[in-house]
Design a protein around this ligand. Structure first.
Ligand code: SAM
Length: 325
């Protein structure tokens, strides 16, 4: 009874924290730039892979060459924050424990996959009804951790490369992916985006989910993400807003009250507002086209897509082609 009361109290408290604090201070991405909210986007026109529908004007749907084996020993590591990497190294054996420190990422996964699937199907003119709409496209999951996101990307047909600077994460990701023939095709490397830029690697879609808040130089990191994205390709970044509401939810509640994450996982000063992310992506030649918030319902334990970007959010952008500038 005591523990039930405690859970109920925590749920009520977290509900207050998640939904009641900082409404007036929360920042809406839509106020300062012209980005479609996810909910504004009408259902995509179905355009099965291989159909003759023309690509959007000015969008050259050239696909990136299939990746060759990577040289993981290149030296540039400007995005690496050793303190952040040590935090992930310490809990690396828990990546696939759905009740462990990565529980929030496991819970968030279907929701972010839904955004990624929808935006990339629209962008690449693929049929979202197909089981494997991304056949023939090369994706990279930068800061892949244990592969929680890389695996569904591979199941949707993409040729997936996952990279992370924590070697233990890569080993865990490899072992887990090898349990299924479909995901065993994923190439995992312990390296940085900068190292792959040095090797002039390019991908049709570059995805960095919940990583930018852990890197040393977010603007430089975005430059690397952009350099890895083929002209007219897609870049997707998700992260946590630097709002009062996010401070209450993602740091106070998630780390100190609910103990979902080890204390200190997120540094307030390292968080970016949607406006800041859009700006640094724009400066890196990535034009953000769509944005959505992730909203957590503490009663159901479910995440959903929303226009509310005040806590967690995800942005889809396309690489501006040099020819069409
Ligand atoms: C919160 S986890 C997110 C993992 C994965 N993207 C997901 O959402 O399931 C952040 C990951 O980024 C990795 N990371 C941090 N800085 C990095 C960098 N500069 N280059 C590559 N990986 C990095 C960490 O090791 C960690 O695995």
């Amino acid at each position: 009874m005591a523990s039930k009361l405690r859970i109920d109290q925590l749920r009520a408290l977290s509900s207050t924290v998640f939904h009641g604090i900082g409404d007036s201070l929360s920042i809406r991405a839509s106020q300062n730039h012209h980005i479609r909210h996810f909910s504004d986007v009408s259902s995509p026109t179905l355009s099965p892979a291989g159909s003759s529908s023309p690509p959007p004007q000015n969008v050259e749907l050239k696909t990136a060459p299939q990746p060759e084996k990577m040289n993981i020993n290149a030296s540039t590591t400007s995005s690496v924050n050793q303190i952040e990497l040590a935090k992930f190294s310490a809990i690396s054996d828990t990546w696939w424990d759905a009740e462990g420190p990565f529980k929030p990422l496991h819970a968030l996964n279907p929701t972010r996959v839904s955004f990624i699937r929808s935006t990339l199907c629209r962008h690449f003119r693929r049929d979202p009804c197909l089981v494997r709409p991304f056949e023939g496209l090369n994706f990279i999951d930068v800061g892949c951790g244990g592969g929680i996101l890389s695996e569904p990307l591979a199941r949707m047909g993409a040729t997936v490369t996952g990279i992370d600077m924590v070697d233990k994460n890569i080993k865990i990701a490899r072992v887990h992916a090898d349990q299924d023939p479909v995901t065993s095709t994923i190439e995992y490397y312990c390296t940085t985006a900068e190292n792959l830029v040095e090797q002039q690697k390019e991908f049709d879609a570059v995805i960095a989910s919940e990583v930018i808040e852990h890197v040393a130089d977010p603007a430089g990191f975005c430059q690397s993400l952009a350099a890895l994205t083929v002209a007219n390709g897609a870049t997707i970044v998700s992260t946590i807003n630097r709002s009062m509401r996010a401070f209450a939810a993602a740091i106070v509640a998630a780390e100190y009250i609910l103990r979902w994450l080890p204390i200190g996982t997120h540094q307030w000063s390292s968080l970016l507002t949607p406006e800041e992310l859009v700006l640094i992506l724009q400066r890196a030649s990535i034009s953000v086209e769509e944005m959505a918030g992730f909203v957590y319902n503490p009663l159901t334990g479910q995440w959903s897509l929303s226009d509310d970007t005040s806590v967690n959010y995800i942005a889809f952008g396309k690489k501006i082609s040099q020819q069409t500038d």
